[in-house]
Structure formats: structure tokens, C-alpha cells
Design a protein. Structure first.
Length: 103
């Protein structure tokens, strides 16, 4: 999986567990596509500090995923629903659609 995609998924699931500063810098990198230089200038920190902050936040969220496995569970549920939709059984397909609405 491409690194930026992985970072976005991690943030979607675990971003609310980060500190305010980590959230702000992480969003600037992942969602606003800012460079480390741009982030460091905006935040008044060095480029190395911005890089370290992002690295620690990523490691923290990867650890959450390792412990909780929410992304893996989400992917497994979505995969089962996709298979249910492909069976040709209208009831299974409708049920899968209902489940996917909650994901």
C-alpha cells in the first residue's frame, strides 16, 4: 500500500487519539499535501522536528493498529460483504449493502 494512503487510513481510524499538535501537523502532511519545509515554516519548528513529530505519530498509530486491529477488521468485513454481493443471492446482496452503510 502506498505510504500516503496508509497514513490517511491510519489517521482516519486513530487520528483522534493523537495530541492536538500531532493532529495538526499530520493533517498538513497527509490531507493538505504540504512538504516538511512548509510545515516547519508554518509551525515555527525545524524540518527535522516536523519529520520526527510525523514519524512518532505514525509509529503510535501503527502500534494502535497492531494492538486493536481495527483496520484489519474493517477490511475483513468489507471483503466478506463484497463476496456476499457477488453470490447472486438478492437477500445476501441486500444484507451486505446494509452492513456496508455502517462502515
Amino acid at each position: 500500500m502506498e505510504k500516503i494512503v496508509r497514513q490517511g487510513i491510519l489517521y482516519d481510524f486513530y487520528g483522534s487519539l493523537l495530541s492536538g499538535r500531532q493532529k495538526k501537523v499530520y493533517e498538513e502532511l497527509v490531507y493538505n499535501d504540504m512538504s516538511l519545509t512548509e510545515i516547519s515554516e508554518e509551525e515555527g519548528i525545524t524540518r527535522q522536528a516536523a519529520s520526527g513529530l510525523i514519524q512518532r505519530a505514525t509509529e503510535q498509530m501503527e502500534e494502535y493498529e497492531k494492538t486493536l486491529g481495527l483496520i484489519a477488521r474493517f477490511d475483513a468485513i468489507r471483503s466478506v460483504c463484497d463476496r456476499m454481493k457477488q453470490t447472486g443471492n438478492r437477500e445476501d446482496a441486500a444484507f451486505a449493502e446494509e452492513i456496508l452503510k455502517f462502515l
